[in-house]
Write a protein that binds this ligand. Structure first.
Ligand code: FES
Length: 163
């Protein structure tokens, strides 16, 4: 079942807000990401068909914005800002330490599918570095002690929701 069959009302709500339905491309990409966990090639084709767009155009929009993932991700998608202002406040080391803690390379996902770590450009919280966003929520002024506590919290939360 495609997103149109499953989320017809939600899609219609987004499309109806704009005089040109192509303007709904970003909210529809969120629908795809919510449904599949990432922006899949089939999802891109679905959005293109719904909005009468070329799939290449839809793919280029998905590729431009860091909030869309074109790869499968872990349950918790950790995006560490390593842009200049954060780097000056220790973000590079924090990013390296986080990857080492989870045993992943850049962009990698832990074997249990829980965490994906990647670095991103400025998230506009430069004065609160090191910081990251996890599933679009900001966590700021981090160090590895705080990070380990958050990882434990998320693991516990995931264990609770999977039972
Ligand atoms: S440079 Fe990291 S949030 Fe701006």
């Amino acid at each position: 079942m495609g997103i149109l069959e499953k989320y017809g009302d939600r899609i219609q709500h987004h499309v109806s807000k704009y005089p040109d339905k192509r303007s709904a491309v970003m909210p529809l990409l969120y629908v795809v990401q919510d449904e599949y966990g990432w922006v899949t090639p089939d999802g891109i084709d679905e959005v293109a068909a719904i909005l009468d767009m070329d799939p290449t155009q839809v793919k280029s929009i998905a590729g431009f914005y860091t909030m869309y993932s074109e790869q499968p991700k872990g349950k918790y998608w950790l995006q560490v800002c390593t842009d200049l202002a954060c780097a000056l406040r220790g973000a590079d080391k924090f990013h390296e330490d986080l990857k080492a803690e989870l045993g992943v390379e850049e962009g990698g996902t832990t074997e249990d599918g829980m965490f994906t770590v990647e670095h991103v450009m400025c998230l506009a919280a430069c004065d609160k570095a090191p910081m990251l966003q996890c599933n679009f929520h900001f966590y700021e002024k981090l160090d590895m002690d705080k990070m380990k506590a958050l990882l434990a919290e998320w693991r516990a939360e995931a264990a609770k929701t999977s039972t």
